[in-house]
Ligand binder design. Structure first.
Ligand code: S3P
Length: 419
């Protein structure tokens, strides 16, 4: 199979959520360009609108968010719906914890099973009150109000937990200090610093010092490295050609999958790397080569957590074994991604085995065929969609439309890349 051309993947999901939230909380208008127009980002926009923020329909074109200021959010007349989006729900929990009203937060079937006490615990320690109707999941009611500062040692290497605490500190105007077991994506820190706030990072510790106003600021959202990984994998597994992925965020907290692909033998290089609005971006050029299995170490996991389904599928086409450990967090993503990856690899004829905190995949070049059950998980659909695009494979995806969560144009971009 020959691949060619340029793919401009859509805006980064993590940065899109944060750009909307910080735009809403700033004073004055913030212009956002390159926003990801997907269902998850729509969940954040709808939640902010319900809290009184005026904003147009989400769009990758210039979008103006009219900030209401740190104390400007108003109680919603109805439940706040996080949809399928963990980032919307957990980051907004931090914001809501500092607002002097109660908010009931709901979500779809997948989000409702995902753990929320990882954010309610630190936010409760800061002075908010949470009510759960269903164990650790949604619905939850956040009773917000005056908070006090906190030093929190997080059990989870989770940028969502870190960001919830930082946003609570920001809105409540109190100091916070977060220690994480491993370094996680630092977009919140970069964006707060870019807006003039005092946020300091040292290793796996981050502190927020209150006292400065949150300025409105324009944001150019770079392309999403998690979305780019699918096309990097496609190019890696093709027989000839090359794909250029333009304007991809190269923030080192997000690029672990490219480091792993490089180690697996893929020909991959960055061009035109530059700084864009506080984040490094560049063009990633990827071409096929013989791919060999690898060991993905626990310390690498936070930098490639969302890319593991795709890396598992690359492992299924590699020479030898690919092994991942230290990734138990995969069990509480949009689906149990350890089970979903292994069961689906087996369903299409590959050899794979679950570990409590990861998986082992045996590579082979025999044709893969069968039906993939996505459990509504966008990254499962796209990872197996790439395998299905390879000649000789015949893979049916049960719910191809679930890609709308992070990459609505995925199937069109895939068709163009292999034309
Ligand atoms: C995200 C953090 C990660 C990631 C998710 C987006 C973010 O989740 O998996 O897709 O934007 O902060 P965790 O914080 O739960 O690891």
């Amino acid at each position: 199979m020959h691949v060619s051309g340029t793919v401009r993947v859509p805006g980064d999901k993590s940065i899109s959520h944060r750009a909307l939230m910080l735009g809403a909380l700033g004073s004055g208008d913030s212009r956002i360009t390159g926003l990801l127009p997907s269902a998850d980002v729509q969940s954040t926009a709808s939640m902010l609108r319900a809290l009184g923020v005026a904003m147009p329909d989400i769009s990758p074109d210039v979008m103006v968010v009219a900030g209401v200021g740190l104390g400007g959010l108003r109680a919603s007349a109805h439940d706040l719906d996080g949809g399928n989006s963990g980032t919307t729900t957990r980051l907004m929990a931090g914001v809501l914890a500092a607002c002097p009203f109660a908010s009931r937060v709901i979500g779809d079937a997948s989000l409702s099973t995902r753990p929320m006490q990882r954010v309610s615990k630190p936010l409760t320690a800061m002075g908010a009150r949470f009510e759960f109707e269903n164990g650790d999941g949604l619905p939850m009611t956040v009773h917000g109000g005056a908070l006090h500062g906190i030093t929190w040692r997080s059990e989870h290497a989770s940028a969502q937990v870190k960001s919830a605490i930082l946003l609570a500190g920001l809105v409540a105007n109190v100091p916070v200090e977060v220690h994480e077991p491993a370094f996680t994506r630092d977009h919140t820190e970069r964006m707060l610093r870019g807006r003039g706030l005092d946020v300091r990072s040292e290793g796996t510790m981050v502190t927020f010092v209150p006292g400065r106003p949150l300025a409105a600021m324009d944001t150019a959202v770079p392309g999403d490295p998690s979305s780019a990984t699918f096309f990097a994998a496609l190019a890696a597994l093709a027989t000839s050609g090359e794909i250029a992925l333009e304007n991809v965020c190269t923030n080192p907290s997000r690029t672990g999958a490219f480091v792993v692909l490089d180690r697996m033998g893929v020909r991959l290089g960055w061009e035109d790397v530059r700084e864009n609005g506080g984040e490094p971006v560049g063009t990633l050029v990827v071409a096929p080569r013989r791919v060999v299995g690898t060991v993905i170490e626990p310390r690498e996991v936070p930098s490639l957590i969302d890319e593991l389904p795709m890396l598992a599928c690359v492992g299924a086409r590699a020479v030898g074994e690919t092994r991942v450990t230290g990734a138990a967090e995969l069990r509480v993503k949009e689906s149990d991604r350890i089970a979903a990856v292994v069961q689906n690899l087996r369903a299409i004829g590959a050899v794979a085995e679950e570990l409590p905190d990861g998986f082992v995949v045996q590579g082979s070049d025999r044709p893969l065929a069968g039906r993939v059950v996505t459990h509504g998980d966008h990254r499962i659909a796209m990872a197996f969609g790439i395998l299905g695009a390879l000649p000789g494979n015949k893979i049916e995806i049960d719910d191809p439309d679930c890609v709308r969560v992070s990459y609505p144009e995925f199937w069109n971009d895939l068709a163009r890349a292999i034309r």
